[in-house]
Design a protein around this ligand. Structure first.
Ligand code: G6P
Ligand code: ZN
Length: 551
């Protein structure tokens, strides 16, 4: 106690100096775990966040992560720093676990000033894997560029950080604890999120579907969604216990790569391709914001999933009044645009990164947003939401009585099909990746009129975005080459990797003819793939003759 009887605060002002490279990428700061574990690295960045957002004095924050290695240590440090910086209240998931969409919901539900989410999303975890930290604003969404810029600036001039000398409370039991005058409220990570889902979807219809023998398999990939999926699908909706697999969050995700695509979710793909496959399969990523959807033997591409959900979401109670608008990231296929045209609503094309949907959602201009990178979501939170997408699919399946395959075939018959694929070239030497990218950028103006692999370039440009709400301008958001017949190739450098560079090549071609809509996308896109190879010179400039991941 102090002399006047108030509790004596035990705070250390730690002298530090800037650490280079603390620049937030597409989704917060993401580095190898060992980088984050270096002395002062995490602390510097947390203080830069606090300073960049104008301090946390008297503020309420949400804290949680995807359970990966270093999640618990980092959470304790952040709590001690929040207390030392004068925060009033931190709401934290039990064992510091919160899926990203659940964290977004908690920020909004509690009127918090923001949240810190510990995750490197779909990147592998463990001491030899990756770690990440991002700040979400009071709307529940990833901080806008103006804020991440301010955080970066703060990281470049930091000279000290504040940290409590007290240990953080153990986070394994729900309850309210005090830390240097700050309230630490440990809550069940699932309850509020599950309750939100019940307000959006027809749980009775899904329960009846499961009761009728409809079988699902959800792969939580040993990451954050396990406890959420078990509570929602098994406990609340009556799916059989074996419907959820790999549902214990592990610090290294069981040695796996929690990225829900056909390569990394190969266990689910095998199950869904077997003769006795369940009716519906899905997977989510490390922090629960991505989703992969499968029918029996059918992988639904994220672009197709967005289009189907947009076309049918009126079947779910929360969206029964119909669509307001649809937004997709630029590299996502044009399938959703045709739904928007048919429904007479606006469509928006944004740069890659969920933060670009924030203003459209806050202004109620769109009901659904989606990205080719396996993200789909609505205005119920300000993050993409893997389990939300799965539940919307289940709601549509339950009400329509159709299979996944029948729904997709009907969709393509109505709107046409966009064959789509993404080819990733991972861990390329940065110089070589830049040579590919900058080489294409330099040639863009000369491309129109030229023919590559039998396809003629109609136009080519670098994508720029003007936000229709706040008029902010985002330049240099990917290179686009438009060929004849609506074919398109897009080239981007990934903004989420931690080692070397990853080139992403996104390829698509519309196919309105019903008779030609059942081909394998790689075969259907062979000409576009060849043309893109020629125009980008990837093989010659990188020495790689095939992509590492095809999705
Ligand atoms: C994160 C963001 C997504 C974005 C993706 C792009 O997951 O939350 O909104 O689409 O990164 O990743 P990339 O590696 O292509 O930059
Ligand atoms: Zn994620």
């Amino acid at each position: 106690m102090g002399i006047d009887g108030t509790p004596k605060l035990a705070i250390t002002t730690q002298i530090t100096s800037p650490i280079t490279g603390q620049k937030p990428g597409t989704s917060g700061l993401r580095k190898q775990t060992t980088v984050f574990m270096q002395p002062h690295y995490l602390e510097n960045y947390v203080q830069a966040i606090f300073d960049g957002i104008g301090g946390v004095q008297g503020k309420t924050l949400v804290l949680g992560g995807d359970g990966r290695f270093f999640n618990d240590t980092a959470s304790a440090t952040i709590l001690r720093m929040a207390a030392a910086n004068g925060a009033k209240h931190v709401i934290v998931g039990r064992n510091a676990l919160l899926s990203t969409p659940a964290a977004s919901h908690l920020i909004r539900k509690n009127g918090a000033d923001g949240g810190l989410i510990l995750s490197a999303s779909h990147n592998p975890g463990g001491e030899d894997g990756d770690f990440g930290l991002k700040f979400n604003s009071a709307n529940g969404g990833p901080a806008a560029e103006s804020i991440t810029d301010a955080i970066y600036e703060a990281s470049k001039t930091i000279s000290q950080y504040l940290i409590s000398d007290q240990p953080a409370p153990a986070l394994d039991t729900d309850g309210t604890y005090m830390l240097d005058g700050m309230v630490v409220e440990v809550i069940d990570p699932v309850t509020d999120y599950a309750a939100l889902m019940e307000t959006l979807f027809d749980f009775n219809a899904i329960r009846s579907l499961f009761a009728s023998g409809f079988r699902i398999k959800f792969d939580a990939m040993h990451a954050a969604t396990g406890p959420y999926a078990r509570e929602i699908f098994v406990n609340r909706l009556g799916a059989t216990g074996d419907s959820v697999i790999n549902d214990t969050p592990l610090p290294d995700f069981g040695g796996g790569h929690p990225d829900p695509n056909p390569i990394w979710a190969s266990e689910l793909v095998a199950i869904m391709s077997a003769p006795d496959a369940p009716d519906f399969g899905a997977a989510s990523d490390g922090d629960g914001d991505r989703n992969m959807i499968m029918g029996r033997g059918l992988y639904v591409s994220p672009s197709d999933s967005l289009a189907l959900l947009a076309a049918q979401m009126h079947l779910a109670p929360a969206y029964k009044d119909g669509l307001k608008g649809i937004a997709r990231s630029m590299p996502t296929s044009a399938a959703a645009d045709r739904v928007a045209v048919a429904k007479g609503v606006c469509s928006f094309e944004t740069p890659t990164g969920w933060k670009f949907f924030g203003n459209l959602l806050d202004s109620d201009m769109v009901s659904i947003c989606g990205e080719e990178s396996a993200g789909t979501g609505s205005n119920h939170v300000r993050e993409k939401d893997g389990l939300w997408a799965v539940l919307l699919w289940l709601n549509i399946l339950a009400v329509s009585g159709k299979s996944v395959t029948a729904l997709m075939q009907d969709h393509w018959a109505t709107y046409g099909r966009d064959y789509y694929t993404r080819h990733d070239y991972e861990n390329i030497e940065t110089e070589r990746a830049n040579a590919v990218f900058n080489g294409l950028r330099d040639r863009l103006a000369d491309l129109p009129g030229q023919t590559f692999g039998g396809l003629k370039v109609e136009r080519a440009d670098e994508f720029n975005y003007d936000d229709p709400v706040d008029q902010s301008h985002s330049a240099q958001q990917g290179l686009r080459v438009f060929f004849n017949d609506g074919a398109r190739a897009v080239l981007r450098l990934s903004g989420t990797g931690t080692v070397g560079a990853t080139l992403r090549l996104y390829l698509e071609q519309p196919e309105p003819n019903l008779q030609r809509q059942a081909e394998d996308p790689q075969a259907a896109l062979a000409r576009v793939i060849a043309a893109a190879g020629e125009v980008t010179q990837i093989a010659a400039l990188t020495g790689r003759d095939a992509p590492d991941v095809i999705s």
